[in-house]
Design a protein around this ligand. Structure first.
Ligand code: PLP
Length: 220
């Protein structure tokens, strides 16, 4: 499955975040031995534990909702935070990254799904924050692009529309605020059930768990 998936991603020039939440170190190492280096987790405690126990050259990505009081456990060790969904969180990340004199790579999570439970900036707010130069006022943060989650549904057209929307949001931000920033280049969208659609609609990173590792004991 892994090799096949990589081939598919290569065709679309997209990267794989192997979502290892609730999976054992042995499971992770098996994929690591095959060459996988980017792994994603959604719980801070699990992420830091795995960071301590697994090889140094793994690039850990935080993909789940992040509380401000836990940012300090991730920085400076996490490679990228996909789930930045508020200015307050951004501010905390900037502060902690500054303490370590690093620039923290992040993605702006944007709300595109119909479910209210899914986190993310409202796109109009995001535009306002950029117009007011607020988003650009965090010197220790590198904004690398956007992240989004589609509605959990069998309606493929709805999912496709939401991914198209996220691509439009990315293009708009790029054109208006990040034209000269080569580092603003990532669209993180697509999971096991919808990654093919995401690739067709321009994903540069997909976050895939159950397809790689098998189903999780309980769904998160
Ligand atoms: C769990 C999770 C994924 C991966 O889900 P699968 O359906 O197992 O591929 C992707 N993104 C986020 C934010 C997740 O929490």
């Amino acid at each position: 499955m892994y090799e096949q998936l990589l081939e598919e991603l290569t065709q679309h020039k997209a990267k794989l975040v192997a979502v290892s939440k609730m999976k054992s170190n042995a499971d992770i190492l098996e994929l690591y031995e095959k060459g996988q280096r980017i792994f994603g987790e959604n719980v801070v405690k699990d992420l830091t534990m795995k960071m301590d126990q697994l090889p140094e050259d793994i690039q850990w990505h935080m993909i789940g909702h992040l509380q401000r009081n836990k940012v300090k456990y991730l920085i400076p060790r996490v490679d990228m935070i996909h789930s930045v969904d508020s200015l307050r969180l951004l501010k905390e990340i900037d502060k902690r990254a500054g303490n370590h004199e690093i620039k923290q790579k992040i993605l702006l999570q944007v709300a595109v799904a119909q479910e209210e439970t899914k986190h993310g900036f409202n796109f109009n707010n995001l535009i306002e924050f950029h117009e007011g130069n607020i988003l650009q006022s965090f010197p220790n943060v590198e904004v690398c692009g956007v992240m989004g989650m589609a509605t959990f549904t069998v309606d493929e057209e709805l999912v496709r529309n939401e991914f198209q929307q996220l691509k439009i949001y990315f293009d708009t931000l790029k054109e208006r605020f990040y034209k000269d920033k080569d580092t603003f280049c990532e669209i993180s969208m697509g999971m096991s059930g919808d990654y093919k659609i995401a690739l067709e609609e321009g994903a540069t990173m997909v976050r895939i768990g159950s397809l790689l590792f098998g189903p999780r004991a309980c769904a998160i």
